[in-house]
Design a binder for this molecule. Structure first.
Ligand SMILES: [Zn+2]
Length: 282
């Protein structure tokens, strides 16, 4: 039986730490999929919103405490906090997992949308300060450049206070494509949601886990064609999902779902009819 929030992967220990549940428009989350189909998986409220998780992962490698993704944080402008909610639970959930912000050595952001890097920094009085003062932060250079250009399509998703202060003070390192960040922890680009979104692949003791981020945001999105309306390159999302499954299914990777409010991780398998599903565990 897999523990819902903690399990080992070879020599690594993985703990799901959530920043809470926020709200997203259900239609936006399922793109062109008709509501009559997706509403069998998740119920909407009176505003057509669905509950969406903010799952970060704490990886204790034995040498480093690595935090993958930092949720929404506590700096949302009022009008965004009204629409999405601002649960701001990450620090208390980290404390419950036994670590303080000072204990985090490395922070990795899959991409720089506001709901993935919000706790990189936090408000302290009228200043914005690093939440994890001793950490080295990692994100993709191409992702940062895209956020900086403030394209009309998704400018609202990029809040520069989440990363520019860290670039200025030298704490954030910008990656160029696929690479190993520390032994056993790899960044790999899967384009689709954005051009430079990276998955974070964890390898230890012959086992593999993958924080696949918004490429497959929840267990509702396992079908290669169930693509979110937010994705900038939906056809690439489909190709990237196929590429992911080609490795992850035969090698039995543990897949970590960034936005699933109930099932943070699981193993994906192919049904005889070719559809993807979550393996029953127990
Ligand atoms: Zn995103």
């Amino acid at each position: 039986m897999t523990n819902l929030h903690r399990q080992s992967l070879g020599d690594f220990e993985l703990t799901i730490v959530s920043d809470g549940i926020y709200h997203s428009d259900g239609g936006a989350f399922f793109g062109v999929v008709p509501k009559i189909m997706w509403s069998r998986k998740v119920k909407t409220d009176e505003n057509n919103n669905i509950p969406v998780g903010l799952n970060s992962v704490l990886v204790r490698t034995g040498r480093h405490n690595v935090l993958i993704e930092t949720g929404i944080g506590n700096k949302l402008p009022d009008r965004m906090a009204k629409i999405y909610g601002q649960p701001a639970k990450l620090l208390e959930n980290l404390a419950a997992a036994g670590v303080s912000p000072d204990d985090i050595d490395i922070v990795i952001n899959s991409h720089l949308h506001f709901d993935h890097c919000g706790w990189n920094t936090m408000r302290s009085g009228d200043k914005v300060v690093p939440t994890f003062p001793k950490a080295h932060y990692y994100a993709q250079e191409g992702e940062w450049q895209h956020g900086r250009r403030q394209h009309e399509r998704d400018a609202i998703s990029y809040i520069s206070d989440n990363y520019d202060p860290l670039i200025k003070n030298g704490q954030m390192h910008l990656l160029h494509g696929d690479q190993e960040i520390v032994p056993g922890i790899f960044a790999r680009i899967f384009p689709g949601h954005t051009a430079n979104m990276q998955a974070i692949i964890l390898k230890s003791g012959g086992k593999t886990a993958c924080y696949i981020s918004d490429l497959i945001p929840t267990t509702w999105h396992l079908d290669v064609t169930w693509v979110m309306a937010f994705d900038l390159f939906p056809l690439e999302t489909i190709e990237s999902r196929k590429r992911y499954y080609r490795d992850a299914v035969p090698e039995n990777w543990l897949t970590i779902f960034t936005h699933d409010p109930e099932i943070p991780w699981g193993y994906v398998e192919k049904e005889p009819n070719g559809k993807m599903r979550l393996k029953a565990i127990g």
